[in-house]
Ligand binder design. Structure first.
Ligand code: FMN
Length: 204
């Protein structure tokens, strides 16, 4: 089959786009509002965009609280969402009114960050503390705002739970991160395989 996204002519119950660009890592984003209230929500249009420097990005459909708070405060933290924390992660996506802490509602403890004000999810094996670089109200080919706000941040401090350091590496298979696929599906990383690149250049 072949379909044109703008025409939605796939003839399927659901657009398969998100099942193709999958699995997508989940940025579990904490931020603070102007009064210092904690906001926590998962975003799967999330990824690292480069590593010199470490820059991450997430995309908010509409100006949701995370994007709004981060635009004002300039700081956020991405905690790693894991299989053990899957129910709590999902619970923090509930649309609570502003000022209600999703973390508290999901029974999650937080821990202070080192370089930014928003805390991380205490039980998460790793977290990226970020300072805002820019937000972008991205337009589509028609030149009009698509309704999506991209948030880019530079990672200024990285937390890793020492229990997940094994032989000098972050033990991803032990952390068991979850990732978003299409529909209601998720993937979990429990097994890795290694491949060596044919030519390694200075630029990586
Ligand atoms: C696994 C998962 C991934 C999500 N990814 C996104 C996303 O990439 N963009 C988005 O706008 N909403 C996403 N959502 C929905 C938000 O988490 C939800 O709208 C939340 O209430 C936003 O919270 P906030 O307004 O406090 O930022 C996702 C939800 C789940 C459960």
């Amino acid at each position: 089959m072949h379909y044109t996204p703008s025409r939605k002519d796939h003839g399927l119950a659901h657009d398969p786009f998100k099942a193709i660009v999958a699995p997508r890592p989940i940025g579990w984003i904490s931020s603070l509002d102007a009064a210092g209230h904690l906001n926590l929500a998962p975003y799967s249009f999330f990824n690292a965009v480069c590593d010199h420097p470490h820059i991450v990005m997430f995309s908010s459909y509409g100006e949701k609280d995370s994007a709004t708070h981060i635009a004002a405060s300039g700081e956020f933290v991405c905690s790693l969402a894991t299989f053990d924390l899957r129910e709590a992660m999902n619970a923090t996506s509930a649309p609570y009114p502003r000022g209600i802490s999703e973390a508290e509602m999901a029974g999650l403890e937080t821990a202070a960050s080192r370089a930014v004000k928003p805390p991380r999810v205490r039980a998460s094996p790793a977290a990226l503390e970020c300072k805002l670089l820019k937000t972008d109200r991205i337009a589509g080919l028609d030149g009009r705002w698509s309704g999506n706000v991209l948030v880019f941040g530079e990672v200024v401090s990285v937390y890793i739970d020492d229990a997940f350091l094994k032989e000098g590496r972050f033990d991803l298979a032990a952390a068991r991160p979850i990732a978003r696929c299409g529909y209601m599906d998720y993937a979990v990383v429990e097994e890795l395989f290694e491949m060596v690149r044919p030519v390694l250049t200075e630029r990586g």
